[in-house]
Design a protein around this ligand. Structure first.
Ligand code: GLN
Length: 386
């Protein structure tokens, strides 16, 4: 067995969802919305599976989806992409990340990672032969600094794997941070693999700024997006990859030997969905923002110390003011005794540099959020009594 995988434990998302199923807890752990997703997009997928082509689609993706992707990102992010040579469809963003690491990293190359980070990153980097170099981000702002980047980059840096908006922190890197990162990538001749799956889930009027559009980053950025996140259909696993032709050629080689292709009916439906009117995206954001505010107010009212959330489906609380010092123990007790599943943010750090932040998914119906708040109120009452 390969030791990188045999030494791994089951993903924290699966562990918490399983505990939630076993205990009947309200599941605010794994990030997925209660809402079933846009009916018209789901209908397109259903129609396409009944009436459409169900044999292998082209390896790079259906032409209509590649064209719709170019049009969508021109409209929303001002990117000028050639659908024929700069866009590829994968079976989810995680496939795109795995493929990009396999395609770009050779054994011994260093890969700069920003922790807290999505749990798939480190094993995928190691399996590609890369040596992870961490930039440790800390609450409440989780921002970059020149010193931290200087300590992580070296002449052996080949790739940076960058997630913005950032899961689990629910923060967005500033324009200054993006410029700083671009500057380091250019100086070290590194490629930025940018996991931008949360790009449409941003609040308070914010607009996502893609690294691919930064000056001098056009030729050294792989942009990765996710239809699952764009349309709140997290099970669909349709990833969109954008990169300049020299990079795309090698990314395509990895994709052709991982999944080769992605279900055609989902591609047809995503092509349709990407062309939806602005109002759809605005109201999707407004709905999530309203849930964020409802849950944040509830938590604050119960005396939780809520960290700012400006994007993603997540809200974090700092449990240190409650006298707690172990987020894993806190989450275990919360699910077993109080009936609410959440995610300990230490799971997103290589060496648990931060141990007192707990992540909740607020992309839920009001009744789900209110049920969780009631259970959290019980926890607070028990805490006060103790
Ligand atoms: N992206 C989801 C989250 O952060 C988890 C996906 C998964 O379960 N692998 O909750």
């Amino acid at each position: 067995m390969n030791p990188i995988f045999s030494a791994l434990s089951t993903s924290v998302f699966e562990v918490m969802s399983q505990l939630a199923r076993e205990t009947g807890a309200v599941n605010l752990g794994q990030g997925f919305p209660d809402d079933p997703g846009p009916l018209d997009v789901r209908r397109k997928a259903a129609e396409a599976v009944v009436d459409g082509w169900n044999q292998y689609p082209p390896m790079m993706g259906l032409p209509e989806l590649r064209q719709a992707t170019a049009t969508h990102y021109q409209h929303w992010q001002g990117l000028d992409l050639d659908p024929g040579s700069e866009i590829m469809v994968t079976s989810g963003a995680t496939e795109a990340i795995a493929g990009a690491l396999m395609a770009l990293v050779s054994p011994g190359d260093e890969v700069v990672l920003f922790e807290p980070m999505y749990d798939a990153y480190v094993p995928l980097v190691r399996r590609a032969g890369g040596i992870p170099k961490f930039v440790t981000l800390r609450p409440p702002h989780f921002g970059l600094s020149e010193e931290a980047l200087a300590a992580a980059f070296s002449p052996r840096t080949k790739v940076v794997l960058f997630n913005n908006p950032l899961n689990p922190t629910a923060t967005i890197f500033s324009a200054t941070d993006l410029d700083l990162l671009a500057d380091f990538c250019i100086r070290h001749d590194a490629v930025a693999i940018c996991d931008e799956v949360w790009e449409h889930v941003v609040f308070d009027g914010r607009r996502h700024v893609p690294v691919l559009g930064r000056p001098d980053m056009r030729e050294r950025t792989v942009k990765i997006s996710s239809a699952g996140k764009i349309f709140s259909l997290t099970g669909w696993k349709v990833g969109l990859v954008m990169a300049a032709p020299p990079l795309m050629k090698v990314l395509a080689k990895a994709h052709q030997y991982i999944t080769f292709t992605t279900p055609p009916n989902l591609q047809t439906a995503v092509a349709y969905g990407l062309g939806k009117e602005d109002g759809y995206f605005e109201s999707m954001r407004a709905d999530f923002q309203r849930s964020r505010d409802r849950f944040a107010q509830g938590l604050t009212g119960l005396g939780f110390s809520v960290l700012p959330s400006v994007g993603t489906y997540f809200l974090n609380v700092d449990i240190a003011p409650l006298g707690e010092s172990d987020d894993v123990a806190f989450c275990r007790k919360l699910v077993m005794e109080n009936g609410v599943a959440a995610i300990p943010v230490s799971a997103f750090y290589d060496e648990a540099a931060v141990k007192t932040v707990v992540r909740f998914c607020f992309a839920k119906r009001d009744a789900t959020l209110d049920a969780a708040l009631e259970r959290l109120a019980d926890l607070r009452r028990a805490g006060t009594a103790a």
